[in-house]
Design a binder for this molecule. Structure first.
Ligand code: HEM
Length: 364
């Protein structure tokens, strides 16, 4: 991907009055909001795309979606940029997910265009739509109109929002390691330990807010990964992608680059595959940061001769493993009647592998 996060952050994060302006520059480069991190700021589409806004607002209540879509005009998304492109991705993606497997022309043509512009797969919507760019209560698009669907996605959204505070430290950590700044690295790790505690607290709301039966019987079937048929004028194409998962967030790739052991296995394979499901700038950030950390020897090696860094690295890893153990308990509870996860994978061994990578027994 050829980004050098270390270099960028070294310049951008120099102390002083210009620091905030530069942080905004880093954010613009990597598709981040300065205050919301990986989350976008949804806004209504320009008036000529009004038909899509109506579709988004009514999606959950349209009974005969194929007939509705057959009457919808075929709009050209090529003029859309930035937040408008992301808003179009959310609306069209939710509609694709709900009407699948046959995707009619008025949906398929602009969907292919929007996914192409964002470099995202066309076989299913990704977590970019469900968790990153659909968080504003007023503009929220829903497939089912259920509280369970909203809360299921609100939890990762809130966790990602909380994570925004950690990003300046995370993006600087490779440079701090390279420059031997123990105090700064220790502070970043200590802050991460607190982040995982907060994330788990947010996640704990799942039991009350996400109804297991509605999730399993009403919403989960819509996250199917079965192939879709994209109908365009004069052609049709069968495509298959994984369904949306919070595991498609670049945040966890970054957290793993900083904290986890780099061991091959089902979790590493999953994360590698999911890179293609992340917005391009987030993907560039995650892979760039991982490469930068490797280049400076990594946090684990840095901690070896530095007790304070080692202490907070241990605390952050323990809190991460704890968060993932909680996630495992939730996932197995909500998907109790199936072996395949929201992304269609055999998820249990993969999630256990993820836990092991930050468990103290695997740390030397
Ligand atoms: C009811 C709530 C949830 C369920 C049922 C659930 C289920 C799953 C399943 C089955 C997987 C395996 C991959 C797949 O099949 O998609 C997975 C992966 C993952 N999920 Fe969740 N999940 C839930 C909430 C969350 C939340 C709130 C987060 C954090 C923001 C999260 C973060 C992850 C991550 C990072 C992975 C990849 C594995 C890893 O790196 O640990 N999930 N989830």
């Amino acid at each position: 991907m050829g980004v050098c996060v270390v270099g960028v952050v070294a310049i951008e994060m120099r102390a002083g009055a210009r620091r905030e302006v530069r942080w905004h520059g880093v954010c613009a480069r990597y598709g981040l909001s300065p205050d919301l991190g990986f989350l976008g700021r949804p806004r209504r589409l320009p008036p000529r795309f009004g038909a899509w806004e109506v579709l988004g607002a009514r999606l959950a209540s349209i009974e005969d979606l194929p007939s509705y879509l057959a009457r919808m005009p075929v709009l050209d998304p090529s003029s859309l940029r930035g937040e408008d492109l992301r808003r179009a991705y959310v609306i069209l993606g939710f509609a694709v997910q709900r009407v699948r497997p046959e995707i009619p022309v008025a949906l398929a043509e602009p969907w292919i265009g929007v996914c192409g512009a964002l470099d995202l797969p066309t076989g299913a919507v990704t977590a970019a739509a469900t968790d990153l760019w659909n968080w504003d209560p007023e503009l929220k698009v829903s497939m089912t109109g259920t509280r369970t669907e909203t809360e299921f996605h609100r939890i990762p959204t809130l966790i990602l929002k909380r994570a925004a505070r950690e990003l300046p430290g995370l993006l600087r950590v490779a440079e701090d390691v390279g420059a031997g700044r123990s105090g700064a690295v220790a502070a970043t790790l200590r802050s991460l330990a607190r982040f995982f505690l907060d994330a788990k607290r947010i996640f704990d709301g799942v039991w009350k807010k996400v109804d297991p039966h509605t999730f399993y019987d009403v919403y989960r079937p819509l996250l199917t990964t079965a192939p879709v048929v994209l109908h365009t004028r004069g052609a049709q194409k069968v495509v298959k992608s994984q369904g949306p998962s919070a595991g498609q967030s670049a945040l966890f790739v970054i957290l793993d680059a900083v904290l986890a052991d780099e061991t091959p296995g089902p979790h590493a394979d999953f994360q590698k595959e999911m890179l293609a499901y992340m917005p391009l700038p987030h993907r560039a950030l995650a892979t760039g940061l991982r490469a930068d950390l490797r280049a400076v020897g990594g946090v684990k090696q840095f901690a070896e001769s530095r007790p304070r860094v080692a202490k907070w690295r241990g605390a952050a890893r323990a809190a991460y493993a704890d968060f993932r153990r909680f996630h495992y308990a939730v996932a197995t509870r909500y998907l109790i009647r199936t072996d395949t996860g929201t992304g269609g994978s055999d998820f249990r061994p993969m999630l256990r592998d993820a836990i092991a990578k930050t468990s103290s027994s695997s740390s030397s």
